[in-house]
Write a protein that binds this ligand. Sequence first.
Ligand code: SF4
Length: 373
Amino acid sequence: MPPAFGLPSDQQVQRRLSQMLGADSAQTGDNATTDRLMLMLTRSCELRCSYCFVALTEADQGVPHAGTLASASPGAPPAGVMSAATARRAVDLLMTSPKPRLSLQFFGGEPTRRWEVLAETLTWARRHPALRGRELAIQLTTNGLGFDTRRLEALVAHGVTVQLSLDGAPQGNRFRRPHLLDAPEADSRWKEAVAALRASGAQWFMNVTVPPAAFGELPNRVADAVALGAPGLQLNYATGMRLSVDQAWLWLRGLAGVLTDHARNPDLHLFNRHAGADPAPLCGDALCDVDGTLLQVGGIFHEKRFPALRAAYTHGHLDTATQFGGHRATLAELWRRTREALSPEEAGVFAQGMWLGAGSDLVARLVAGGAAR
Ligand code: SF4
């Protein structure tokens, strides 16, 4: 199906992708003003979303990983949870960055299932002597099922931005699969989480993941976010999935539509309006795994889909890292490693996701340019 009027052409998207690879990540590259680190606190989660390729496990959930180079298992996802000592050392490493702004993101699995370590690490990071008055943004990626009043108060007190992984009303949530609890309980808990977030004064936004089968539903997800009272919304396409040509254009057309219509919901902060994001799945963010392994996040996002990427995206271990810098590859280098690690067929699927990222970037620029005229 040809693109609708106003959408970029395939050639323009390809050209933009080449530019993005050549320029490196605007968020995490050498020219970025912020250094970011994600902490994988646990591989346990109450859910098993069908688009989630993280190697989740409930094995060894009570067992803090030793987090030493000797105990790490190169190339294979580790079991267990991150120890408090590993989390502190990871924060120490971030604080060695010379950049004026820092960013720390709690991730998983479901990080609130490691609440005591999360809370302790928050305090450690906020009071860290090497912070030296620099800005530190802290984000929690969570499904919200582990929230209670006390925890939300702690998040508000520490100025944490909550990225609530929720795909909308029941139709949107059909790709989320309860695993440790039954469907009615999962439903009532996320509704309680939304109500508690709205009442708490926390900074939060809804983080929606849309598989290709639902690419035609982007306006519905926006309507869901508005109905739920979310102050912000980020729409993400699921990565690691094969796309038809029609599906690729359906995403771009739907994105152009919701960005153009955004004036109808001016109170909703739509993150997709901002161009310049990494062409996911080639996200350049650095992550510390539960065992102290340092890798770029695409190696975790695709563990079950493209297991070879874990080793290809690994840049060492906390035990041997003395400086935050030097533990990432440029986007172009990541793509080279990706092609080397994957079969041509797998690399083709990966490239489809990159194309969608570059196309989304162009759509955001086109819509912003139109609005400015
Ligand atoms: S809530 Fe997040 S970590 Fe858990 S299964 Fe869904 S996407 Fe994966």
